[in-house]
Design a protein. Sequence first.
Lengths: 304, 273
Amino acid sequence: MSLSSLTKPWSATSYGFLDASAKRELRRKMLKAIAVPGCQMPYASREVPMARGWGTGGLQVTLTLVNPTSVVKVIDQGADDGVNAASIRRFISRVSGAGETWDTLAASIVQSRHRVPEEVMREDQILVLQVPNPEPLRGVEPNISIARQMHADADYGKLWLTLYEQIVRKGRIMQGAGYPSMVNGRHVMTPSPIPRWDVPKLNMAKHLTFLSAGREKRLFAVPPFTRVEPLVFSDRPYQVEHHADLTCRRSGVSGYFMNELPVDGGGSAFEVSDSNLGIKAIQQAEGAPVEIGKTWYRNGEFSA
Amino acid sequence: MSLDMSPAALTRAEPRLMRAEPLLTMRDISKTYGDVRALRHVDATVYPGEVMGIVGESGSGKSTLLRMMNLEDTPDHGDYTLRLPNRDDGNLFDLTRYERRMLCARHIGIVYQNPHLGLLMKHSSSGNVAERLLIAGERSFEVLRAKAREALDASEFPLSRMDARPIELSGGMQQRVQLAKAIALEPALLLLDEPTTGLDVSVQALVLDTLKRLQRDRKITMVLVSHDLGVIRTMADRVMVMRHGEVVEQGLADQVFQDPQHPYTQQLVHAKL
């Protein structure tokens, strides 16, 4: 008996850029993350042709999920046409044969940096969020071992205390992006630096969300129909950014999360952050047969 | 006839206190750190509403014993029970780390000698008190404020400074914040580890007055560790004298100070006098 008789003939196993063993490990960790919603799973973050901190965590999860029938949308702060979003999307397509799209409704995998699309995602879609710092306790407990113990004990007193201090010092909660949120009533996660506007979109959502930090080598998940509750005091309700009354200067849509742009004279102009929603609104206004899906917010009010 | 110097013979119980069921019972506690035997077969009993003083020289094991009472450390062997409502009398050292932490957060308050151990220096004084309430599950901001204010007021902390950070406060004020934090949840047991050490005499007297008033008004059971016999004499109903990790004498504070039996206690008392 020789060694070769016990093994399969060699063949390339690096479909989708990552080798099979890397993807196997990632899949195991992703399944674990789904089994324990919001709990951070360590994984051996691989090298990808991109610097750490530019979406390597999200990219590895997407490359593990992708197949030739997938349709991939990549957004950077809501924009499909950002340099980083475009290069990641093209890279994924090149190494996997997956289709590319800007349309949220057409995508099967949406990889995003810091935004959740405005159109409601379906059960058959997966959202992959790039996360720079997956540890919500980092600000209150720099020692990772102690932070892990605190998660194990559901000891989030210091996180609550941070919110208490913000109200004492500033009169309101100042936490903007990455608002700490309790997942399934057990683990607090930082929902990546998505704005407060986007956090309610994760609560009881139909789609599966993965959040992955390549530099920090951690991933976690929010399975479909899972509670995601921002930490709020019972007498201080959760507030999203006051964008309900703002109107996009290019598309004319209002009631969505906007990017603020400084203009001459010291004022501000606003453009809808979800660039594809803006484009579709412009096309629709011009009479093109474009479908805009149901949105999480309607007239600035969360309605999904 | 030679004098019996065993701890049992030197234990003089006071009938009034002994009538109640003990709140805290520790049996045969021993602890070794490397080659150092910090505690040797220590028994301790604390009755509801009393102040138990623990005295002894540095390294005698009194702070180690206090840490055991606060479940911060576990002994090599020994049992520890606390008589609490709706709780079994099982050995607390058998609890999981999480259970111990939750029990301490809810039922045991502690004031450390060093405020840096007991306070979050970057957070406000009211926030330090609120943290304890948050761990216990309070989620209303207004209730947190009200309870923090009440606890700070009870500790005679100036409310105009309730949102000042402890690092901006004097040592005496920091001890008052620690005290407010410790009593915020009205604990069954309050542990005081040298709470007045390092404070000047006038501030020391103010802190002791506050402690005495709290004990009188709220009937809080206290265990006070100090090597200052004056502090113990002022505060304690009963005294436990420790040396080399052992209890060498215990009894009513007045009796121990007026008529010490063990040579070490005699040495301590006379050194003080």
